[in-house]
Design a protein around this ligand. Structure first.
Ligand SMILES: Nc1ncnc2c1ncn2[C@@H]1O[C@H](COP(=O)(O)OP(=O)(O)OP(=O)(O)O)[C@@H](O)[C@H]1O
Ligand SMILES: [Mg+2]
Length: 480
């Protein structure tokens, strides 16, 4: 990745070491680096020179970088802008992107990372001579739920939110339970031009299709038994605003067609009605499942998945961004009234918390911190104050961790690991032996112990069932 020509880069930062770093790095690559220590000085330099790339700090003495950005833009034309933020907070990132920045770097950053970003920007600028991006600064958003995270993967998420918020594209948010999908959906709404309009969400589409559809699209009086009154549906309530469909994977197939029509044509028909109604909503969907599997299993429509994932945001599990754990603890502790995290959690304990798997992700961490603060009653926390770690296959857990597919995956990995390199030749039988007893037991309970009926439900020959039951009985007798 190299630019053919020599470029002029303007770095505006009051920290001399940062300016020096850029001078050295970009200078080595043959670029000409100009520096300024304030917005005013930078604007003057930009007026006097032809700038190919602007690297701008947000925190500057005097006017800050973001508010000066529109004036820089007038001086530098279409040249890309990389904004440096001291904290990886979403609001600054959004303001920067809306103000016309092309990229942002979160301090502290490695110079190689900065160099890579700058180089990519220059290459892009040279190649495309940059498209004219219409951008207007937005007001500072309120103090609604904060998304905390400084890890590179969360920064990537923030960047995506900032980039897509203002469009009307559908967004699909995926991630394990407790990773913050609802927070992200709300953040997208909050940063969009629909933010003054309503935001509504619905989930748990496990009811009958009629009930689900009347919740989403409303029903007319007498549409079905129990449909006494005409009631407004979600899409009417959120007209002009944003709708979050949570756990979209559970949506009945037939309802999925209706949803597709809302997204593509902005219209739907109420249950029991024939007249189509217009609505203007942005659809955000969330799920902790892999919808591609749903498509394979024919429980999820491929065209809908395609439509929803116009923009896909995948939230990383907490155990893959352990660096965020101290930061999140600090955030939750502050909300509980602690001045500093270290007052409550000594370094060694923090280390232990960082090593946990947190299968319940940020939600589990928040609950654990709240639990510990109650147990500790003002003294420093100890490991024993924290609840025991959430298991991956917790009953009723709707996350990936709870799905059959995932359990089998885990079980298989476990078996392979335990084999310690010895060859296994009966894994399929082992899986059957491990799962069949539960299957047979539940079906037999269901048929009130009637084996003939159970065999029918199972689609199994009666003789086979008898033989299996005998085998498992013998097995469990042996174990006892
Ligand atoms: N990055 C984050 N910063 C601060 N709080 C967070 C973050 N991510 C999640 N949380 C908190 O964790 C909890 C769970 O978040 P949320 O409800 O958005 O998860 P979810 O992904 O929708 O989970 P589920 O799939 O179980 O519905 C909330 O209390 C939320 O405030
Ligand atoms: Mg959720």
């Amino acid at each position: 990745m190299n630019t053919s020509s020599k470029c002029t880069v303007l770095v505006v930062d009051d920290e001399p070491s940062i300016c020096w770093g850029f001078e050295r790095l970009l200078g080595e690559q043959g670029h000409h680096v100009l520096t300024a220590s304030s917005a005013e000085e930078g604007l003057q330099t930009a007026a006097d020179n032809q700038i190919d790339l602007l690297v701008l700090d947000v925190r500057l003495p005097g006017e800050d970088g973001i508010s000066a950005l529109p004036r820089f833009r007038r001086e530098i034309g279409d040249a890309p802008v990389v904004v440096m933020t001291a904290f990886g907070d979403l609001d600054t990132a959004v303001a920067a992107i809306h103000g016309g920045a092309s990229e942002y770097l979160t301090k502290p950053f490695k110079l190689e990372e900065a160099s890579r970003v700058c180089q990519a920007m220059l290459v892009q600028a040279e190649r495309a001579k940059q498209l004219d991006v219409e951008a207007s600064p937005i007001d500072s958003p309120g103090d609604a739920a904060v998304l905390v995270g400084r890890s590179p993967s969360m920064q990537q998420v923030f960047r995506k939110i900032a980039l897509v918020a203002d469009s009307d594209l559908s967004v699909l948010i995926t991630g394990e339970t407790g990773t913050g999908k609802e927070l992200v959906a709300a953040a997208i709404h909050r940063h969009s031009r629909r933010r003054e309009s309503s935001y509504a969400s619905a989930g748990a589409f496990l009811d009958t299709r009629q009930v689900v559809e009347s919740e989403l699209f409303c029903h007319v009086k007498g549409a079905f038994t129990g449909a006494a009154e005409t009631r407004k549906g979600l899409f009417e309530l959120a007209d002009g605003g944003t709708v979050l469909l949570d756990e979209i994977g559970d949506l009945p197939m037939a309802t999925q067609v209706k949803l597709l029509r809302v997204i593509e044509q902005g219209e739907f028909t109420a249950v029991g009605d024939v007249r189509p109604r217009k609505c203007d909503v942005r659809v955000i969907a969330a799920t902790n499942r892999d919808l591609k599997t749903g498509v394979q299993e024919r429980t999820f429509r491929e065209d809908l998945l395609y439509r929803l994932s116009a923009v896909a945001i995948d939230l990383p599990p907490l155990r893959e961004r352990r660096d965020d754990i101290p930061l999140l603890c600090e955030y939750f502790l502050r909300r509980l009234g602690y001045a500093r995290a270290t007052d409550a959690i000594p370094a060694e304990l923090m280390q232990q918390l960082q090593e946990r798997s947190w299968f319940g992700n940020v939600r589990e961490l928040r609950n654990a911190v709240e639990h510990a603060s109650v147990m500790a009653r003002g003294r420093r926390f100890e490991l024993g104050d924290f609840p025991s770690p959430q298991q991956r296959n917790r009953a009723g857990d709707q996350s990936q961790g709870g799905t059959l597919d995932h359990l089998v995956e885990q079980w298989t990995q476990e078996q392979l690991k335990q084999s310690g390199g010895e060859s296994i030749t009966d894994l399929h039988d082992r899986l059957t032996n491990a799962t069949e007893p539960a299957l047979l037991r539940v079906v037999l309970e269901f048929t009130g112990g009637n084996r003939a009926a159970a065999a029918q439900v199972l689609g199994m020959h009666r003789g086979t069932l008898r033989e299996r039951l005998k085998r498992y009985e013998a097995d469990s007798a042996q174990q006892d």
